[in-house]
Design a protein around this ligand. Structure first.
Ligand code: PXL
Length: 277
């Protein structure tokens, strides 16, 4: 394993098995020093498995923290952002990419803002446009089909074919995105997977499709991708490892009928470490 220092910028939801609550343990398990900068503090995530949530925007602390890190000469091999919670935080993410990365450091953006055809609570199309700008500045972006459709301006579809996926990827490339790891790709009812577009070429990885949807898998996927990629994996290798880890996390959630707000990724961590050995 090679040791990297990662700055991850996303919310801290006290309960919910999402965002920093999964990025810290997963990227750390992959062997990297994982430094967490919370964009917002919530009681729990905003998904429908909870009946409400508190939300505190941490913008007032963001700039002083970044300035202090810069002043001390602390810099990072990777910047990875997820759920940010406000347009102001998207602007801070842009600044961090410029000021806190080492030369050659990698910028990864998960535009965590929507799923199943809908924006998460509290977001609007202005937020989606700003997120598209942030994605264009990244080296690698990790949208799901909903986020990719929204950013490309192509209508979201539940059923789609290879042409639809390639058109979305073409459009995102035209908008300036360099490497796209698109999740939730499926061309038949038994298989689900990921498409990786890099240097004008698309590669696919599919695994079995489970018959149910679980919350928070996007954050688990993106964190495992970052942790694996920083272990000298190619994009498609890291995308495949992250897909297997996400699947294992879902399968480890035996009580998913009652445990609906997230998945038990904790139990799948040994399998992720094994893949990276
Ligand atoms: O899993 C994405 C996510 C992260 N953070 C917060 C969320 C969500 C999705 O609902 O609400 C606060």
């Amino acid at each position: 394993m090679s040791f990297k220092r990662v700055l991850t910028f996303q919310d801290l939801s006290c309960v919910g098995q999402c965002s920093l609550g999964v990025a810290l343990p997963i990227i750390s398990a992959c062997g990297h020093e994982t430094c967490a900068l919370p964009s917002a503090l919530l009681s729990n995530h905003t998904g429908s498995s909870f009946s409400g949530y508190t939300f505190t925007d941490l913008s007032a602390d963001t700039t002083p923290i970044c300035e202090e890190l810069s002043r001390q000469g602390i810099d990072f091999d990777c910047f990875y952002s997820g759920y940010l919670g406000s347009v102001a935080q998207i602007e801070y993410a842009k600044a961090m990419m410029n000021t806190l990365l080492k030369k050659g450091g990698v910028r990864v953006v998960d535009p965590a803002m929507a799923d199943h055809g809908r924006l998460y609570a509290g977001f609007d199309m202005h937020y989606a446009e700003k997120m598209r700008e942030l994605c264009a500045l990244a080296d690698i972006v990790i949208p799901n089909i909903t986020e990719a459709a929204m950013m490309s301006g192509i209508e979201y579809r539940e059923d789609f074919d290879r042409d639809y996926v390639e058109k979305i990827l073409d459009t995102l490339c035209d908008l300036g995105m360099k490497c796209i790891v698109l999740t939730g790709v499926s061309f038949d009812k038994d298989r689900l997977g990921v498409a990786v577009r890099e240097n004008g070429k698309t590669e696919y990885y599919f695994h079995e499709r489970l018959g149910y949807l679980c919350h928070g898998t996007g954050d688990i996927y993106a964190s495992a991708f970052v942790g694996s990629y920083l272990n000298q994996k190619t994009c498609i290798e890291a995308a495949s490892i992250a897909a297997r880890f996400t699947l294992a996390s879902i399968l480890a959630t035996e009580d998913r009928d009652t445990h609906t707000y997230g998945v038990r990724f904790e139990r799948a961590i040994p399998s992720l470490i094994n893949e990276l050995k």
